[in-house]
Design a protein around this ligand. Structure first.
Ligand SMILES: [Zn+2]
Length: 414
């Protein structure tokens, strides 16, 4: 029986400091003045303790490709094209090394759960899935990894992709992905959606789609959210569908947007903005007053939509920045979405903890409460409302009651 006692933890800004007693990987009790001897003892001295961060959407298999072929135009089209050329040369060891680096960086920044979207298509085939399944096993004591079969090159456009997605699921993938805008016609985009919904239902898996990633409403292949809401309800998939990017929503007229947000909330769909990519690739044709190019986060939250956010890409043609640090992405989101008040900055933290956990379907075992998994991170900040602006290091990362990262000063995670 392994025990861990965490004392003087700042769990909420409006509450006294708390002690957390952990036994066998589970939070057993939370209170004050615990004094039982434990196998391991951490005095937080008032530092913030959050549940482990949840990286809800990331592509480890195509991280760190920026130097190999930079995206000169800065468009989504060139990002997909350049990456398509590069992945033809992938080897197992190459993909493993780059993906492993993403995992190590993320863990050091306080992430204990991750949903990864390796490409599955006629070029990369199932290499990304194979590598991530291996890493899932190797790193299972440090991070929970969900793997999505992601048809980046389309399904109708990329021969054999649907069969490969099916094969990826047989191998152990956890989630069905989709990318309906990357088809040649609207009819094909709709067929793509039908195929991925069918696949998810057949295998009783959640669905996580890249959709509506544009900064205009002119191309109907990038305007499918309403249809997806209907399909979700018709197929009784409420609570199991996530939409990434969805930046087209930022171009809708306010009344139209409001009606749609209501539908998204009713369909129990999670919206997953990917700020580092959305801001970088959108608004490229604006000659002045360049738009932010993101889905409107505050309005969606006000309509009761479950909104999270994630890193998406680390240093490649889609996003030449990033260090797998969700707090940094949170800063970008807070700035660009006008989320500056103390309450709003705490909401930004909720989006990469509780909201993302709900998206990943792990909410029953997740959080800081008695009976929950002891996946925790101690940040070097004194208030939750300061975490985004402090950009603190993770002093301790705890997975299943075990300290897996311990750092008192900024350390290289190479
Ligand atoms: Zn993505």
């Amino acid at each position: 029986m392994k025990t861990l006692l965490i004392r003087n933890a700042r769990i909420r800004d409006d509450q006294e400091l708390q002690d957390i007693w952990i036994e066998d990987g589970i939070i057993q009790k939370i209170g004050m003045n615990f004094s039982e001897p434990a196998d391991r003892f951490i005095d937080c001295e008032g530092r913030v303790v959050l549940p482990g961060l949840v990286e809800g959407h990331i592509h480890p298999d195509k991280a760190f490709l920026e130097e190999r072929k930079p995206n000169v135009s800065g468009t989504l089209e060139e990002a997909i094209k350049n990456t398509g050329e590069l992945k033809a040369e992938y080897t197992y060891d190459d993909v493993y090394a780059r993906s492993e680096k993403v995992l190590k960086w993320a863990i050091a920044k306080g992430t204990t759960v991750m949903r990864a979207h390796p490409d599955v298509d006629h070029i990369e085939k199932l290499l990304g899935v194979e590598v991530l399944l291996e890493l899932k096993e190797v790193y299972r004591e440090q991070i929970d990894l969900q793997i999505v079969v992601f048809p980046q090159e389309g399904i109708l456009k990329s021969e054999g992709t649907l069969e490969r997605m099916e094969q990826g699921i047989q191998m152990g993938a956890d989630v069905v992905g989709g990318c309906p805008y990357n088809e040649k016609t609207l009819e094909d985009s709709i067929r793509h959606l039908e195929l991925v919904f069918d696949l998810a239902i057949t295998h009783n898996l959640p669905l996580d789609l890249h959709v509506d990633f544009a900064d205009h409403t002119e191309d109907p292949r990038y305007l499918l959210t309403e249809r997806i809401c209907d399909m979700t309800v018709e197929r009784a998939m409420q609570g199991r569908v996530t939409l990434g990017h969805v930046t087209t929503l930022g171009s809708l007229e306010p009344e139209e947007a409001s009606a749609l947000f209501k539908k998204i909330a009713e369909a129990g769909i999670t919206i997953m903005p990917l700020p580092a990519t959305d801001v970088y690739l959108n608004g490229r044709k604006d000659g002045k007053n360049v738009r932010r190019g993101m889905a409107p986060v505050l309005q969606m939250l006000e309509h009761g939509v479950n909104v999270a956010f994630a890193s998406n890409n680390i240093r490649n043609a889609f996003t030449p920045f990033g260090n797998a640090n969700l707090l940094l992405i949170g800063y970008l989101l807070a700035e660009t979405q006008f989320m500056g008040s103390a309450d709003q900055q705490r909401t930004v933290l909720d989006m990469i903890t509780y909201n993302a956990a709900k998206c990943l379907g792990i909410e029953k075992t997740y959080g800081i409460a008695e009976g929950k998994n002891a996946d925790l991170v101690v940040f070097d900040s004194k208030k939750l409302s300061d975490v985004i602006q402090d950009q603190p290091i993770a002093n301790f990362v705890i997975k299943a009651g075990r300290v897996i990262v311990e750092q008192s000063i900024q350390q290289s995670v190479e």
